[in-house]
Structure formats: structure tokens, C-alpha cells
Design a protein around this ligand. Structure first.
Ligand code: TYD
Length: 215
């Protein structure tokens, strides 16, 4: 599939600052005259909103690993079909807060490989074919710092979406190492960025990467 505009994904552990940075990149691209669609997973479509409630609320062990992976991929399929692909076809840049690397990092690496990597890859091909992001920005942060930010935000905004945050620190450490491996395994597509710096400095790193690679 060839599209008229790029697809950029934002990835990272809890509290890595994705949602702030994705908005700043949108503003930057708008200033360059680009039409930009901001979206997220899970929950980028009306169907996905239902799936999101099931996936991010409640107890960490409320479903088994395969059920969880299938629900994330169901969300992804609806997202591609109903939102991402139509936008790219119309020439809009699409920025997504999380995409398929989240499944590899969370459901595979962080959960200590309780699914086969090849099964996750096969499910990906099933829902997306050969389609891949043009660029993936992985915001890397030490989990103890990220979790502090994330819980503070959840409390302040009275958000119940802490199903994944509730894992122990070791689990988040594996998640972080997983993202680092994903970046190493996909050097053309992924860029690992230090998220433990000021919002402005990280935004400027992101803009540099986008300028070099896509503008
Ligand atoms: P998100 O809204 O990005 O949460 P946060 O702002 O806390 O980073 O994502 C919701 C949660 O879903 C997050 O804890 C990561 C998890 N997730 C997976 O486990 N697998 C996936 O494939 C996706 C897309 C998200």
C-alpha cells in the first residue's frame, strides 16, 4: 500500500510524555502547512472506545494473554480500516499515540514472553498486511520516573485506566528493555529518544528527526 502522507507512531512506557509530544508535533507540522490527524490506540474509533474500557480498566489478570492480544488487534484493525487508511489516502498525516509496537512491548516483552513472538507478528500481518509506520518515535524513560508521572496524572484527572500501571516495577523494566530491543531490531523505522529531559528539548529532538526523515 502506498499513501500520499506519512504515518508516525509514538511509543513508550507509562508516563513517557507521548500525549504532550504528539500534540506539539501536530502544531509543528500544522505550521509547516500539513494537515494532521491525531489518533490513539486503544480507542481511536467508536468501536475501539468500547474495547479500550475493557482493556485498560480493572484487574491486571481479568483475561488471559491471547484474549488480551486479540482485543488489541481488533481495536487496531478497526482503527486502520475506519480511520488511519482513509486519512492517509486523503493526504492527511496521521500521528498515533501507540500502535503495534505496544503489543510487542507490553504483551510479549513485559509479560515475559507468555505469547510467541511469531503469533504476534502473524496477527499483525492478518490485520495490517504489509503496512507499517513510516516512522516510530520511542520515548525512553526510567520506569520509576515515568510511573510517578503517570499515577500523579491518573489521580489528578480521576482516571481509572491503571490496569497496566499496576504491574510491579520489574515488569516495567522489562517493558523498557523490550522497547529498546524493538528499536534495535527496526533501525530504519524506529528512533529511540531520551524522554527524561524538558518538554521543549524532547520536542526539539522529535522535530529534528521528522525534518531529517520526512520533510
Ligand atoms: P495509553 O492510553 O497510551 O496509556 P498511557 O497514557 O498510560 O501510556 O495506553 C493504554 C494502555 O494500554 C497502556 O497502559 C498500554 C496498553 N497497551 C497494551 O498493553 N498493548 C497495546 O497494543 C496497546 C496499544 C496499549
Amino acid at each position: 500500500m502506498k499513501f500520499k502522507a506519512p504515518f508516525i507512531t509514538f511509543e513508550g512506557g507509562e508516563g513517557s510524555g507521548k500525549s504532550t509530544q504528539i500534540q506539539l508535533l501536530q502544531t509543528f507540522l500544522n505550521q509547516k502547512g500539513k494537515d494532521v490527524l491525531l489518533t490513539k490506540e486503544p480507542g481511536g474509533t467508536p468501536l475501539g472506545v468500547h474495547l479500550r474500557h475493557i482493556l485498560v480498566e480493572g484487574s491486571t489478570d481479568k483475561m488471559d494473554a491471547k484474549t488480551e492480544a486479540l482485543l488489541f488487534f481488533a481495536d487496531r484493525r478497526a482503527h486502520l480500516q475506519n480511520k488511519i487508511w482513509p486519512a492517509l489516502k486523503s493526504g492527511q498525516w496521521v500521528l498515533s499515540d501507540r500502535y503495534a509496537d505496544s503489543t510487542m512491548a507490553y504483551q510479549y516483552y513485559a509479560y515475559n514472553r507468555r505469547l510467541f513472538k511469531t503469533d504476534i507478528e502473524r496477527l499483525y500481518r492478518f490485520v495490517a498486511g504489509n503496512f507499517e509506520p513510516d516512522l516510530t518515535l520511542i520515548l525512553d524513560i526510567e520506569p520509576s520516573i515515568g510511573l510517578k508521572r503517570s499515577f500523579a496524572k491518573a489521580e489528578q484527572m480521576e482516571i481509572k485506566e491503571t490496569r497496566f500501571e499496576n504491574h510491579v516495577l520489574e515488569w516495567h523494566q522489562k517493558l523498557r528493555e523490550g522497547y529498546i530491543k524493538i528499536a534495535q531490531n527496526n533501525p530504519k523505522r524506529c528512533v529511540l529518544l531520551n524522554a527524561n529531559q524538558t518538554v521543549e528539548d524532547l520536542a526539539s529532538d522529535i522535530q529534528k528527526v521528522v525534518l531529517e526523515r520526512l520533510l
